[in-house]
Design a protein around this ligand. Structure first.
Ligand code: HMH
Length: 220
């Protein structure tokens, strides 16, 4: 106990990359109102595919929590996340119809397929719980921090994008990310050094994939 957790240390240590993931031009464009709506639609369609892949990913983390976690409250936090995913997928379908985006016809782009392959590699049973919970915390936190920027009083987020920004930028999603961070830090505190190293690498990989994912919104 005491002092800074591993996750906070890594956010500081890798802050240039962390900032590129959480203050991407796509997000800055939403928050200053200059965003191209076709970029938003591209992001929406690709993210639906990604979030669908999130279901088996989170299921694999739940399984590891059952087997390896020494704290029963992990399960509650993760189950809450799983329940939220069902609502989230329904929200994507509703939002897509509002923007005339045909989700059935979406072709996953390379950055998305690469990110989904990375998730699949983390689903393997031999990947440690501490590593996957760190990756999961990072994935959720990048969205929380990015979209909460669009909710600041100084931002000029277009009204029709507010619901999207609230979905990930709201304070209760912020608390959820904090809970995930506490789980990750607790696991990392007692993890051997090779696992800690792998968790840090997973954190960096997540940031790279998130940056590439945002970049997709600008590609034609
Ligand atoms: C690419 N990262 C991406 N999509 C998401 N929906 C989240 C993170 C948060 O769930």
């Amino acid at each position: 106990g005491g002092g800074m957790g591993k996750t906070a240390t890594w956010m500081k240590l890798h802050s240039p990359m962390y900032d590129r993931a959480t203050r991407h031009p796509f997000i800055l464009g939403i928050s200053d109102g200059s965003v191209d709506l076709s970029a938003f639609k591209r992001w929406l369609a690709q993210d639906y595919i990604f979030v669908r892949e999130f279901v088996p990913f989170l299921a694999s983390i739940l399984l590891k929590a059952c087997k390896h976690s020494d704290d029963e409250s992990d399960m509650e936090v993760l189950l809450g996340g799983m329940a939220a995913l069902s609502d989230e997928l329904a929200w994507f379908r509703k939002e897509a119809s509002k923007w005339d985006v045909n989700l059935a016809g979406v072709i996953p782009q390379k950055a998305n397929m690469d990110y989904c392959s990375f998730l699949q590699s983390l689903m393997l049973p031999e990947v440690d719980y501490a590593v996957v919970i760190t990756a999961f915390w990072a994935i959720e936190t990048v969205y929380q921090e990015s979209f909460s920027l669009c909710l600041h009083s100084s931002s000029k987020t277009p009204e029709e994008l507010m619901e999207t920004c609230q979905r990930w930028g709201n304070t209760s999603f912020g608390h959820y990310c904090r809970s995930l961070q506490k789980i990750a830090d607790r696991c990392l505190e007692k993890a051997p050094s090779d696992i800690i190293k792998r968790a840090e690498e997973a954190f960096i990989r997540v940031l790279e994939h998130e940056i590439n994912f945002w970049n997709m919104s600008f590609a034609e």
